[in-house]
Design a protein around this ligand. Structure first.
Ligand code: SF4
Ligand code: SF4
Length: 342
């Protein structure tokens, strides 16, 4: 099994507690993605989230950022990149997340997993790992390939005490859509959970999946995590090439913290709001919670959608222009305070 049953149960119970807390109150962060390392050992053709030379963020700075996330009431911190396994202090970063009682997750391309490294991650308290596998054979677009990573997956299946999810992708001009099914079947065989992401075309436009792609997409979904499938209705609209109506709470319930320590809506909307995390206030949180995101209808970011579901039924949003107009017309005496939407 990829994860010991007791570890999995403990994680599920902790997740359930965090979901209840998130439903009861809207004034805390649910999920933060944090980047300790922009550098990556790979250079996937579709990726705009890596460089080949930057240095790791120093441990002390990472700890301060995590302290601030804890102060904002964050439930789950997922370490992403670049390739976070290249950070020399990754284990200590994970320990620091856990020391605050937050769930610790990791997104990696899988290249650096050895039995010894996996055992160290067990000790650090890592709770879940996600690896995206794009194809079966490496090609000019991606080397995140089952053929290259299968040995690493076997190590994980044998040694990991943390939950492992394998994500496959479909759409976006991926050459062999059937690869997603091969990847998902292998993940299930090794005892991992599996998810599938529908991605945009390389020019960013939303196009419906072909009939063949749709068939494979439904088959992969059947193999996958049922909770995840329930939380990802939006993917069915995206698969049809149709816009999806939802409320993105990025900048509030979901935060993306880049290597410079700035808060962004997400990996694809860097620059908004672009405020340093150490200066981020509940006033910023409230504004972003209420702000309608212009990119929402065609967004494919699964984790932000899942966070959005928690509040989709409450607190309608306004456009950035409406919010800016409200700020201008607000009486001088009125100070904005932390608002609870629950
Ligand atoms: S492995 Fe991940 S971060 Fe690195 S280039 Fe590929 S998609 Fe980007
Ligand atoms: S809608 Fe999607 S792309 Fe736009 S800010 Fe939210 S998560 Fe990012």
């Amino acid at each position: 099994m990829a994860v010991r049953p007791t570890t999995f149960l403990r994680l599920k119970l902790r997740e359930a507690a965090f979901i209840s807390r998130a439903l009861l109150s809207t004034n805390h962060v649910v999920l933060a993605h944090i980047i300790p390392m922009r550098r990556c050992n790979l250079a996937c053709g579709y990726c705009n989230e890596y460089d080949g030379s930057s240095k790791p963020v120093p441990l002390e700075l990472m700890k301060k950022r995590l302290d601030k996330l804890a102060e904002l009431g964050t439930s789950i911190v997922t370490i992403s990149g670049g390739e976070p396994m290249m950070h020399p202090d990754l284990d200590l970063i994970i320990r620091h997340i856990r020391s605050h009682g937050m769930i610790a997750g990791l997104i990696s391309n899988g290249y650096y997993f050895t039995p010894e490294r996996i055992k160290r991650l067990n000790k650090s308290g890592l709770e879940y790992l996600q690896i995206s596998i794009d194809n079966v054979e490496p090609d000019e677009v991606s080397r995140k390939s089952l053929r290259v990573l299968d040995k690493k997956l076997r190590y994980l299946s044998e040694f990991a005490d943390f939950h492992v999810n394998i994500n496959s992708v479909i759409g976006g001009g991926i050459k062999n859509p059937e690869d997603a099914l091969t990847v998902a079947r292998r993940a299930v065989e090794l005892g991992f959970s599996t998810t599938v992401g529908v991605i945009h075309d390389s020019d960013g436009t939303l196009k419906p999946l072909s009939t063949k792609e749709k068939g494979i997409f439904q088959e992969v979904k059947k193999l996958g995590n049922k909770d995840h499938a329930r939380l990802n209705w939006f993917q069915d609209s995206i698969a049809e090439g149709k816009p999806y109506n939802w409320r993105c709470r990025a900048g509030a319930r979901y935060l993306y913290i880049c290597e410079e320590g700035l808060v962004h809506w997400c990996s694809q909307q860097r620059g908004y709001p672009g405020i340093p995390l150490d200066q981020y206030t509940m006033e910023d949180f409230d504004r972003e919670y209420k702000t309608e995101k212009w990119c929402a209808a065609t967004c494919t970011l699964q984790c932000v959608h899942q966070v959005g579901i928690l509040d989709n039924w409450r607190d309608p949003q306004k456009t950035p222009a409406q919010i800016a107009a409200e700020q201008i017309t607000k009486p001088q005496t009125q100070t904005q305070t932390t608002q609870s939407y629950s």
